[in-house]
Write a protein that binds this ligand. Structure first.
Ligand SMILES: Cc1cc2nc3c(=O)[nH]c(=O)nc-3n(C[C@H](O)[C@H](O)[C@H](O)COP(=O)(O)OP(=O)(O)OC[C@H]3O[C@@H](n4cnc5c(N)ncnc54)[C@H](O)[C@@H]3O)c2cc1C
Length: 479
């Protein structure tokens, strides 16, 4: 299913605005579609939008001037960072695209306070490299880190593979600087671990998906770099056994599990088929599920011994079928490459009906079985590719076609498939969006399932901060 959004209102009516905005900040107004065309299609290629022109301010003061002009003239805006979002929230439907691509300064790195202040357009990879330069880590890691920006990660409350140990963006942000929809600047940047002065306003912007203004900078927590890490690629019979393995590993390691990623066997097949150079860590082993587990220690030694002891105990308890331990960094990287390229391999196989869901960890196995039985009974051409951050109770539960030629027959039933999966998630006390957000694609699913009081509160907050519905209108919630 390819979604083509409302046609662009580009016409002469915008010329005076372009002239006025250019007078405010000449280098920030982009009118040549050749310069921004690729920003109008989302990462999955499922959605293409339009914009009359793009604003790309270099700093917060310029952003504030431009946004105030747009507010005064009731011009709606869609913020965009790296355009790696997966729910269509950053693709304009005729609104002005406001890009953070030029807001790239790392304003401060503070090793003693274990914190950094970074502008919205800095990529996750660049922040991680900057933190490493002062012997610290920014403890977030995900497949899109070369493009995803700090502003986008904060706006979607992103997760990734280190959530188990360090939490999501809401756990990693001390403070936020943002331009409100009327052009005022909220200066909430600080590096405080304790700060009890009423409402914690940064949380309005974290996970708001750009509906409450433009995040221009964020102050974030840094953490010590682990001194030793060990990784294993583990065959396991069921999701329940993977969950038992996780809890065993946490117990035996003194809670040193730093990542715990689940993949189905079909996922390994797809990676080996579509990603050059990828191979199975245990070529002769077939298992329904695979776990990539990583332990990290703050000291230099003992981590491999701990991993081996866990795997022996897990095997005795019949939680695992086989396992490969990475004996060097190259092997560990090869394990991670399988996990990180799985979305790309899946995309190359066929378009799928995707779900990014969470349940309590203890309910994951039951959710998977129930949802899969219901989908298989109604759509025999489907195969489930479910993978993700099991340590966080998060599965990317994707309904794909066994044969690429059958993909269309599933995509045309997207809504019915999603209803089956989301209703099963709700029965298991889960969430229909674990880490990707709501955007456009999940808005109706949220509206029909969310607590009405929660929806009313969200609408009240939106109306208070953006009374003219100018920032990301039509995303996340309808007003
Ligand atoms: C291969 C791949 C792997 C991924 N893995 C993960 C994963 O493991 N965990 C995870 O959580 N996500 C994952 N994602 C999703 C994605 O990377 C995140 O949603 C990311 O946080 C979006 O950042 P971005 O800069 O690309 O934002 P964009 O896609 O540009 O925007 C996302 C949303 O945030 C808004 N926004 C962007 N910047 C700002 C700003 N400065 N102020 C206000 N609003 C803003 C946009 O309007 C939009 O609604 C993955 C994506 C891909 C393609």
């Amino acid at each position: 299913m390819s979604v083509s959004l409302a046609s662009s209102p580009i016409d002469d009516g915008f010329a005076p605005h372009v002239a006025q905005l250019s007078a405010l900040a000449p280098e920030a107004v982009l009118t040549d579609p050749d310069l921004y065309g690729s920003r109008l299609t989302d990462w999955r290629g499922a959605m293409t939008g339009t914009t009359p022109f793009v604003l790309a301010p270099r700093d917060v003061e310029t952003a504030a001037r431009l946004i105030k002009y747009c507010a005064d003239h009731r011009l709606p805006i869609v913020p965009q960072g790296g355009n790696t979002g997966l729910v269509g929230g950053g693709i304009p439907q005729g609104e002005i695209l406001l890009s953070t691509e030029k807001m790239k300064a790392i304003r401060a790195l503070d090793a003693d306070n274990n914190s950094a202040i970074v502008e919205a357009g800095v990529t996750l990879a660049d922040l991680r490299a900057a933190a490493a330069s002062i012997d610290r880590q920014f403890p977030m890691s995900l497949g899109s880190q070369g493009s995803a920006t700090i502003g986008g990660l904060a706006s979607t409350n992103a997760g990734g593979v280190q959530v188990l140990r360090h939490g999501m963006m809401r756990d990693l942000v001390f403070g936020v600087e943002a331009v409100l929809p009327d052009g005022r600047i909220f200066r909430g940047l600080h590096g405080l671990r304790k700060n009890n002065v009423g409402y914690d306003l940064k949380h309005l912007f974290l996970g708001a998906e750009g509906t409450l203004g433009l995040i221009t900078a964020v102050s974030v927590k840094l953490a010590p770099i682990p001194r030793s890490t060990a990784a294993a690629f583990i065959a396991t019979p069921t999701i329940a056994s993977a969950v038992a393995l996780l809890n065993l590993a946490r117990d035996l390691s003194g809670d040193a599990v730093s990542a715990f990623e689940l993949m189905p066997d079909i996922g390994l097949d797809l990676v080996c088929r579509h990603i050059p150079g990828a191979t199975r860590p245990l070529p002769n082993v077939k298992a329904p599920w695979w776990v990539l587990m990583e332990l990290s220690y703050g000291r230099d030694d003992g981590v491999e011994d701990a991993l081996e002891a866990i795997l022996m105990e897990a095997s005795d308890r019949h939680l695992t079928l086989d396992a490969a331990i990475a004996r060097n960094e190259a092997q560990a990287k090869a394990f991670w490459r399988i996990r990180e390229t799985l979305p790309e391999a899946e995309k190359k196989h066929a378009r799928a009906v995707k779900h990014d869901v969470s349940t309590p960890i203890s309910a994951l196995d039951s959710f998977y079985r129930e949802a899969t039985a219901a989908i298989s009974a109604r759509w025999p051409q489907a195969q489930i590719i479910a993978f993700g951050h099991v340590g966080d109770g998060n599965l990317h539960y994707n309904v794909s076609a066994r044969a690429p030629a059958e993909a269309q027959s599933l995509l045309k039933d997207s809504k019915a498939i999603q209803d089956v999966v989301y209703d099963c998630v709700i029965r298991h006390h889960g969430s229909i969006s674990a880490e990707h957000g709501i955007g456009i694609l999940k808005k109706d699913a949220l509206k029909s399932r969310a607590d009405p009081v929660a929806l009313a509160l969200m609408r009240s907050i939106k109306a208070a901060i953006d009374p003219h519905n100018l920032f990301n209108p039509g995303r996340l919630i309808d007003v």
